[in-house]
Write a protein that binds this ligand. Structure first.
Ligand code: G6P
Length: 607
């Protein structure tokens, strides 16, 4: 959730630190700050809110110094005030932190009892005090950090700067990612490769429990037992221009329009269209022994899993259970031998999902992960990696990663159906041909952008919005409601169309727009009946369907959004586009911050 950058440079680093934070702002934007060493003293600038406030602060009061650390925050402990903004300085050490120190309370109490004074409400300041205490006792910075790290419980990535040694940065990771960047006569720390994209392509990913002593001329990594460790230096392949919007107004808009391309890229590594076959990039794994599938994810990734649960049961006839990651471990799920646990995550770092993955692994499940960041913790810890190729996603509300997840999950369902003898070669060929049509269908859906923009004002005025769908479109109704909530701050609920009569129908009046997702197909008539129940009560309906569906049921609606006619299997992927565009245009109409909605973060690395 928070983002970290550290630089030991040859020239002043303030501007590069802020550039790094710009690329990390997707991780949180409650406050930001930087700290450098200027003539043997710490210099610090911090600001509440978005990074532009910090930039303004730095314009007014520039900061020199060739060594520095920087942070963009998603608040956990303590309100997003300047005092709580990182870096925190305690004596001769400055620290930035991503994650949560779970035992910060007893540590803080102990430090308070020693007469130490805290200037913030954060858990992070505890780390500063613990290290400062060791320095005051005569330890060197490395000795001090080695002493303190085992005392910290929870999940964290840390970067520390020492006033008396401007050629030193110390980093540590446990449960939150941290990378080392290698430059020429310069070295860096960053939360991810993207943070360092403007500085270097040469990156080493730290392992769990690692800590690292960075100097301009050297990098020494130690494992959790303080033994020297080698972590391979790889090319990050991340370009700094990825974080530019091009001709689009927002990253979210750009990413919505990238979907035909990135879904095609993703399908390319899962299908052999000419042979009419699915070919997962894990050819050696034998799925025939899999007896059930447990899906676990958060947020939008959870709704991708929900769509997949319909596909896996319908096509592969395999029992599926799906949980929110934050619930999974604590309900003590019964996980039998032979189970496949499937984790879905754009970032591959979401703390709840990662903890659930580790739990399932400890319980002997085979771990598959559908992940967009190939170097992430989940990608590295999974037995079976099913990558999505959406490219870097910057908009906090996930769009292109979601449709790529669906593409992978559809291929997985078809693969399992074949392995379990539920698909003949002809069935497989047919499904592959439908999947191969997805990029074109996404393009056709995107062509309705202007029409959707015209509908947005109808919704922008609403206080509550209902989304209805059946089967996989129920999952899409949930995703549509989530998108609207996330970026336009309008209360929205996704409901199973048939379940509406058991409660939410009481909400229906002329002020509550009801968005109905109903592709023509086996569930169309039943969904339309539920839609008529809304209409009979004065509800204002926006119907998303294909030409045939609109012809049959469009009458009496306040608006319709026409989608291409597609096979029911791929309808959820295609119907992602109108719900994304609708949320997007409503947010634009309301003037909210589309790419960085309030209180959210793209990657939530605390539980
Ligand atoms: C956050 C983001 C969502 C995302 C969810 C899961 O809440 O704001 O857009 O869907 O995390 O993230 P993941 O990286 O695990 O897919």
């Amino acid at each position: 959730m928070c983002g970290i950058v550290g630089i030991l440079g040859q020239a002043d680093v303030a501007r590069e630190l802020v550039d790094g934070l710009k690329r990390l702002e997707y991780r949180g934007y409650d406050s930001a700050g930087i700290c450098t060493i200027v003539d043997g003293q710490f210099g610090r600038r911090r600001a509440e809110g978005k990074l532009k406030n910090l930039t303004a602060r730095l314009d007014a009061e520039p900061l020199k110094g060739r060594s520095g650390i920087a942070h963009t925050r998603w608040a956990t402990h303590g309100a997003p005030t300047v005092d709580n903004a990182h870096p925190h300085i305690v004596g001769d050490v400055a620290v930035v932190h991503n994650g949560i120190i779970e035992n910060f309370k007893p540590l803080r109490d102990m430090l308070l009892a020693e007469g130490r004074v805290f200037l913030s409400e954060t858990d992070t300041e505890v780390v500063g005090h613990l290290v400062a205490r060791e320095l005051e006792a005569g330890k060197s910075p490395t000795e001090a950090v080695a002493e303190v790290l085992p005392k910290l419980h929870g999940a964290f990535a840390l970067a520390l700067l020492f006033r008396n040694d401007p050629d030193l940065l110390i980093g540590a990771r446990l449960g939150a990612p941290l990378t080392v960047g290698y430059g020429d006569g310069e070295n860096y720390l960053g939360s991810d490769a993207l943070a360092l994209a403007g500085l270097t392509q040469r990156i080493a990913y730290l392992e769990e429990g690692d800590w690292v002593v960075v100097r301009r001329a050297s990098v020494e990594v130690f494992d959790r037992d303080n033994r020297p460790a080698q972590r391979p230096v790889v090319s990050s392949g991340v370009s700094a221009t990825i974080t530019e919007k091009g001709n689009y107004r927002h990253f979210m808009q750009k990413e919505i329009f990238e979907q035909p391309l990135v879904v095609a890229q993703t399908l390319h590594s899962y299908l052999k269209p000419l042979q009419g076959q699915v070919a997962l990039p894990i050819p050696d794994f034998d799925f025939s022994g899999v007896k059930r599938v447990q899906i676990v994810a958060c947020g939008t990734s959870y709704y991708a899993g929900m769509v997949a649960s319909y596909w896996l049961e319908k096509f592969a006839r395999i029992p599926v259970e799906i949980d929110y990651a934050s619930e999974f471990r604590y309900r003590e799920p019964v996980l039998e031998p032979g189970g496949l646990a499937l984790f879905i995550s754009q970032s591959g770092e979401t703390a709840d999902t990662l903890a659930a993955l580790r739990h399932a692994k400890a319980e002997g499940q085979k771990i598959a992960a559908v992940v967009n960041v190939p170097t992430s913790s989940m990608a590295r810890e999974a037995d079976l990696l099913l990558p999505t190729h959406a490219g870097t996603e910057i908009g906090v509300a996930s769009t292109k990663a979601f449709t790529c997840q669906l593409a992978v999950l559809a291929a997985l369902a078809a693969n399992l159906a074949r392995v379990r003898g539920k698909f003949s070669a002809d069935d497989e060929r047919e499904i592959v041909s439908h999947l191969a049509e997805v990029p074109a269908a996404l393009n056709a859906a995107l062509n309705h952008d202007e029409a959707i923009a015209e509908i947005a004002p109808l919704i922008a005025k609403a206080r509550d919005v209902l989304y209805l769908g059946r089967g996989p479109e129920f999952a899409m109704a949930m995703e549509g409601a989530l998108k609207l909530k996330e970026i336009s701050y309008i209360h929205a609920e996704g409901y199973a169309a048939g379940e509406m009569k058991h409660g939410p129908i009481a909400l229906i009046d002329e002020d509550v727009p009801v968005i109905v997702l109903a592709p023509s197909g086996p569930l169309f008539e039943k969904t339309v009946s539920n839609m008529q129940e809304v209409r009979a009560r004065g509800g204002r309906i926006i119907l998303i369907s294909d030409a045939e569906g609109i012809r049959q049921a469009g009458e009496g609606t306040v608006a319709t959004i026409e989608m291409p006619q597609v096979h029911p299997l791929i309808a959820p992927i295609v119907y992602a586009v109108p719900v994304q565009l609708l949320a997007y245009h409503v947010a634009v109409a309301k003037g909210t911050d589309v790419d960085q909605p309030r209180n959210l973060a793209k990657s939530v690395t605390v539980e």
